[in-house]
Ligand binder design. Structure first.
Ligand SMILES: NC(=O)c1ccc[n+]([C@@H]2O[C@H](COP(=O)([O-])OP(=O)(O)OC[C@H]3O[C@@H](n4cnc5c(N)ncnc54)[C@H](OP(=O)(O)O)[C@@H]3O)[C@@H](O)[C@H]2O)c1
Length: 334
């Protein structure tokens, strides 16, 4: 099968479009023919091993110390069709249309992947795809949708509360805006100029262009601040969050990790910094919201698998609105 293979850490040029062996499902696995996958900011960070110091060592231990382990295939999100099932698989059958995550084993930027029917917390897995989404649309949900849901649930957002989402225009933020609205919150979305119309169209009550306005200076106070992008300063934003408010940090940088621990110890504010986990229950919940017309996705650009280098280059510019999709056209089905 064709796949993207990644043999060193570095610029997008380290990604190679190659032939690799097609995987064979174990008794507890399904074999998925992938029709669409994505490139996220997280994929670019992993490719370049660009992580805060505290995370860098565990990531090296996981992916490979000085270079990725042999035959590492990047990509975490996918949508496709089940082509074969292992002998012990009960809940899926050949032909099921699914969407899901490759998990920390990666492997979604390829024509095929095997995933367990019942994954563990950090493993990848699939659920039946929303009936009203194309494969391209469905492939954008598992990472951004799952992570947005994970953090907003930890924020215990209540109807009528105010939330500010910083870095709202990307994969996680565009789902967070819609989910927060669904939970009944008043949503302020912060991002750069070009993304504000999209954020309004997704339901943000208020948008702030961070290139022109500093939200910490406008005297608004929020119950929850969700910093998706990792640019929040605790000291500057202290006046913008209630005394018992919650900071949610999806991408904490070194200084935020240290200051976050200090804020936790010295104030009544809650600080949530963690890696999102759990896939199948979240995907099933998101599918129900998508089929009910409550949330949708926003696709900026789409590239064929063989142009993944260009897709990574584009995502790295930061201009991506919502999601970048990779379409996978099987070239050789053997
Ligand atoms: N904790 C976890 O479990 C977890 C899981 C997945 C991902 N993450 C991390 O979370 C981060 C966000 O992921 P994502 O996929 O949503 O990223 P994304 O798609 O790149 O979105 C980030 C958004 O933030 C905006 N932005 C950049 N600088 C900003 C600033 N100073 N103020 C406000 N907005 C700003 C960007 O727009 P402009 O560039 O136009 O400004 C972009 O729209 C990534 O670093 C990812 O690795 C964490």
């Amino acid at each position: 099968m064709k796949a993207i293979v990644w043999t060193k850490y570095g610029s997008p040029d380290v990604l190679e479009f190659r032939d690799v062996e097609k995987p064979v499902p174990k008794p507890n696995e399904v074999l998925i023919k992938i029709y669409a996958t994505t490139v996220t900011a997280g994929d670019c960070e992993m490719r370049a091993l660009k992580f805060p110091f505290i995370l860098s060592l565990p990531m090296r231990l996981w992916i490979g110390f000085s270079k990725p382990k042999p035959d590492t295939i990047p990509g975490t999100e996918l949508a496709g069709e089940i082509e074969a099932v292992g002998a012990d698989v009960k809940e899926f059958k050949v032909g099921d249309q699914v969407f899901g995550s490759a998990g920390m084993g990666f492997g979604a930027n390829a024509e095929y992947i095997c995933l367990p029917e019942k994954p563990g917390e950090m493993e990848g897995g699939v659920a039946i795809k929303p009936a009203n989404m194309t494969y391209e649309e469905a492939a954008t949900v598992p990472f951004g949708g799952r992570d947005a849901l994970h953090f907003l649930r930890l924020g215990n957002l209540q109807p009528g509360q105010k939330i500010l989402i910083n870095g709202a225009g990307g994969s996680i933020g565009t789902f967070a805006v819609q989910l927060a609205r669904h939970f009944g919150a008043q949503v302020t979305a912060v991002d750069s100029t070009a993304k504000l119309d999209m954020l309004r169209s997704l339901g943000a009550d208020r948008v702030i262009d961070y290139t022109r306005e500093d939200f910490t200076k406008n005297s608004q106070v929020y119950d929850v601040i969700f910093d998706v992008v990792g640019t929040l300063s605790f000291s500057r934003s202290a006046k913008s969050i209630k005394r018992d408010g919650t900071y949610l940090l999806a991408n904490p940088v070194n200084s935020q990790m240290l200051r976050g621990l200090w804020v936790r110890m010295t104030s009544s504010r809650k600080v949530v910094m963690q890696t999102a986990s759990g896939t199948i229950a979240a995907l099933t919940y998101l599918r129900e919201l998508i089929e009910a017309g409550i949330i949708r996705t926003f696709i900026d650009r789409s590239y064929p698998l063989e142009q993944i280098v260009e897709a990574h280059r584009y995502v790295e510019t930061g201009q991506k609105q919502g999601n970048v999709v990779i379409t996978v056209k099987p070239i050789n089905n053997t």
